[in-house]
Design a protein around this ligand. Structure first.
Ligand SMILES: NC(=O)c1ccc[n+]([C@@H]2O[C@H](COP(=O)([O-])OP(=O)(O)OC[C@H]3O[C@@H](n4cnc5c(N)ncnc54)[C@H](O)[C@@H]3O)[C@@H](O)[C@H]2O)c1
Length: 227
């Protein structure tokens, strides 16, 4: 069986996912949507797919089995709900949203529809993480230390804290996901964020320190900064 996939968001990650899908015999990319018409057209050409500016037009394609959603966090909500309304399988790049209430609404809709979903929290698929989970199953963590030092993006939405959410939400969420998998739910958190000193992003908190208390009793801390 070949799975027909639509890509919403033809930027950095959407392009990477689409090109990876082209390597699989079991998948084909049939449609690409991006509000940037040139990006949509370019990726569609590379995939031999239809290009759209509006994701709703992409979702009208009757051949679709699944959708990859690769837009910035502040653009989430509408696309997921439209995909789920059609009961299509859904892959969503992380973070799920900058607004928790929208993420909760999407999660409730996923449960109600029972469709296949996945997120871009890719560390949980590493074989080393699988091994760590085996070890921790008999010997639960008492302490967690996480660090993040990575390049920040050079896209417009990174210049706006409201749209990007800060580095903790945008990037360090990979650590949060890993901790939830290996240690359990986080019950309490205290955080300090420092606005960047790099113009033109004066309001974006790109350096942060977080103290955590896990529901199972473990204590933890994260430190994050751009590389
Ligand atoms: N899983 C990972 O390891 C990983 C790595 C990098 C980025 N990401 C995440 O992937 C997401 C996208 O990041 P990116 O680097 O590709 O950003 P990007 O800015 O390169 O691409 C985003 C694209 O979405 C398009 N877009 C915005 N709103 C849209 C809408 N309503 N409909 C259609 N297209 C729309 C933009 O025009 C742009 O082309 C971010 O949330 C980012 O955090 C995940």
């Amino acid at each position: 069986m070949t799975v027909s996939v639509g890509i919403i968001g033809a930027g950095h990650l959407g392009t990477r996912h689409a090109l990876n899908l082209l390597e699989l015999d079991e998948a084909r990319v049939v449609a690409v949507a991006d509000t940037d018409v040139a990006r949509a057209a370019d990726l569609a050409r590379r995939c031999d797919a239809q290009a759209h500016v509006d994701y709703r037009a992409l979702l009208d394609d009757p051949s679709l089995d699944a959708v990859y959603l690769c837009v910035p966090a502040h653009e989430h909500g509408g696309p997921e709900l439209a995909v789920l309304e059609r009961s299509l399988a859904l892959f969503v790049e992380r973070p799920l949203d900058v607004d928790l209430s929208i993420a909760d609404r999407i999660a409730a809709e996923v449960d109600a529809r029972g469709v296949v979903t996945a997120t871009g929290c890719r560390w949980r698929y590493l074989d080393t993480v699988e091994r760590a989970a085996e070890v921790l199953a008999d010997n639960p963590a008492r302490m967690v230390i996480g660090g993040w030092a990575a390049r920040t993006h050079e896209t417009a939405w990174w210049e706006d804290q409201r749209r990007m959410g800060g580095q903790l939400i945008e990037q360090t969420n990979q650590l949060v996901d890993l901790c939830r998998l290996l240690v359990g739910e986080i019950a309490q958190a205290w955080a300090v964020g420092r606005p960047t000193t790099c113009p033109p992003e004066p309001d974006v908190a790109d350096t942060s320190a977080v103290s955590l208390r896990f529901a199972g009793g473990a204590a933890g801390s994260f430190a994050a900064t751009p590389a």
